[in-house]
Design a protein around this ligand. Structure first.
Ligand code: 3PG
Ligand code: CO
Length: 555
């Protein structure tokens, strides 16, 4: 039968504290001026890279290696941390929704049948991120859902868009709105009353995460549900064009707007009897809105009016909270994660990041599960992030504080595993500010130093890795790698993640001298890290885990 007990590793000892450091958005790419990791002073990460070749290597962090539909899909933190923690590759939300749409199963499920009840007398509202980034949502899935719902009786449809500029180029919002407007006008040609009803930039409207700033969600609620916003336009295309013409405008931060009819009335507030679908498949930035839409008791902001709706998520966003309770596609079920195994085998675990990535190193790491497996053996610490700013103005973020918490946890002797996420490369990389991203990378490197020094002091082991690329490439390139220019001759800044591989480095005084990276694994990826970490704790990984990256020479 099944047992949580992990076999002893035949050669590696137990009892050495292991520091697992995840540098968020830290890929490996050619050294040039747009590679902020290269430009920044990063002596610690450099020394790992330039040290023994059997202690540093690259692994795949995107596409099929992390359960995404194809190798054209860049990595992201959700799928990256899932793979790191779970040690296996699960088909992720993006792919599960693709499959459900392609097979038509999405329309047979409980979720769709539930919202369909509203089609006769109510409006179908679709709320979510409008882009083809494939991290939180995908345009083609929205298009298919619009088609499928209208063919199945939806007569009045309102789309509430969130512009991206973070997983895709800034400025691309205009093209996505054009595409959507075109689709909606075709639906109108078929007699369906379909239009965009509201919008706003994802980082300013709706898509906050980990309860960093509820005002973001409130701004969205006001526009989407109440039909109230500081800006009113006759069309969404006009809205994004005019709002983008403001100085320093940015797709990520467009202010909320509503679309109004000729008499100035909002065209699509959410009313009693309507159906609402949040079209994002990724959880972290939809959970807060899902709570506002679903919970009867809710005190995070004044909702003013709470319409009686039929609400479904594209996916269920939180399996513990069963939120939302109704959804169109079942999320991946990620059980038996390395975190759970290790805790059940006595590994006392400390995990820490700052707010913006706290859920990544806990919830995502643990297979989309909140809370502790065993609170007597675990401590998760969240360092509050700066809120209400873009991280290019404070690019060091809380790296130092996180490193000090990790150091203290190591020195306390109370933990066997100390795990952190250092968000700088990613969060600052997403702002597209190259100078600030250089500062961010240096700060992350300094944090690694603090942690590795503590590992040295306690005779421990470290494994340093990353969840996906970002800061190592800040420019959009053509196929042959040449930077692309915009209309004005400037470079096209790449705010998104990349397809680059990420490093894995191991070492520390506690590492058995014979340990080295194997050379016989075909294109290993992030999912191979979990078995590796289990080995470093002195255990063999379960047999269905992706294989370990290390072997132990006899010497
Ligand atoms: C975000 O949500 O900030 C980006 O879309 C993806 O970033 P992450 O995967 O690094 O969180
Ligand atoms: Co990111």
């Amino acid at each position: 039968g099944f047992s949580w007990t992990l076999p002893d590793h035949p050669k590696l000892p137990k009892g050495k504290p292991v520091a697992v450091v995840v540098l968020d958005g830290w890929g490996e790419a050619n050294a040039d001026q747009y590679n902020c990791i290269h430009v920044a002073q990063t002596p610690v990460m450099d020394s790992l890279k330039n040290g023994a070749p059997e202690k540093w290597r690259l692994v795949k962090a995107h596409g099929t290696a992390v359960g995404l539909p194809s190798d054209d899909d860049m990595g992201n933190s959700e799928v990256g941390h899932n793979a790191l923690g779970a040690g296996r590759i699960f088909a992720q939300g993006a792919k599960l929704v693709d499959q459900a749409l392609a097979s038509g199963k999405i329309y047979e499920g409980e979720g769709f049948n539930y919202i369909k009840e509203s089609f006769e007398n109510g409006t179908l509202h679709l709320i979510g991120l409008l882009s083809d980034g494939g991290v939180h949502s995908r345009l083609d899935q929205l298009q298919l859902l619009l088609k499928g719902a209208s063919e199945r009786g939806a007569k009045r449809i309102r789309v509430h868009i969130l512009t991206d500029g973070r997983d895709v180029l800034d400025g691309s919002s205009v093209g996505f709105v054009e595409t959507l407007e075109n689709d909606l006008s075709q639906l109108r040609g078929k007699g369906i009353d379909a239009q965009i009803a509201s919008g706003g930039g994802r980082m300013y409207v709706t898509m906050d995460r980990y309860e960093n700033d509820w005002d973001v969600v409130k701004r969205g609620w006001d526009a989407q549900v109440l039909g109230e916003a500081p800006y009113k336009f006759k069309s969404a295309l006009e809205a994004v064009k005019i709002l983008r013409a403001e100085p320093n405008a940015n797709d990520q931060y467009l202010p909320p707007f509503v679309i109004v009819d000729d008499s100035g009335k909002p065209v699509g507030p959410v009313l009693d009897g309507d159906a609402v679908v949040t079209i994002n498949f990724r959880a972290d930035r939809m959970v807060m809105l899902a709570k506002a839409l679903e919970y009867a008791d809710f005190d995070k902001f004044d909702r003013v009016r709470v319409p009686k709706i039929r609400y479904a998520g594209m996916l269920q966003y939180d399996g513990e909270l069963k939120l939302p309770s109704i959804y169109l596609v079942s999320p991946p079920e990620i059980g038996r994660t390395s975190g759970e195994y290790l805790v059940k085998n006595g590994i006392r675990t400390f995990a820490c990041s700052e707010t913006v990535k706290f859920g990544h190193v806990t919830f995502f790491w643990n297979g989309n599960r909140s809370g502790y497996f065993d609170e007597t053996k675990e401590e998760y610490v969240e360092v509050p992030s700066d809120s209400g700013i873009t991280f290019n103005v404070a690019p060091k973020m809380k790296a130092l504080e996180i490193a000090e918490k990790a150091r203290d946890a190591l020195l306390s002797g109370k933990f066997d595993q100390v795990r952190v996420n250092l968000p700088n490369g990613d969060m600052v990389g997403h702002t597209g500010d190259i100078e600030a991203t250089v500062v961010a990378c240096k700060a992350a490197d300094e944090a690694v130093k603090i942690i590795l020094d503590a590992v040295e002091q306690v005779g421990g082991i470290y494994l340093v890795t990353a969840d996906h690329g970002n800061a190592e490439d800040m420019v959009k390139r053509n196929k042959s790698g040449k930077p692309l220019l915009d209309k004005n001759g400037g470079i096209q800044i790449l705010t998104s993640h990349t397809l680059q591989p990420v490093p894995v480095a191991i070492g520390g005084p506690g590492l058995h001298l014979g340990v080295k990276f194997r050379t016989d694994i075909q294109t290993p990826g992030l999912a191979n890290v979990a078995a590796t970490v289990m080995n470093l704790h002195g255990f063999e990984a379960p047999s269905d885990y992706e294989t370990t990256l290390i072997e132990v020479a006899d010497n």
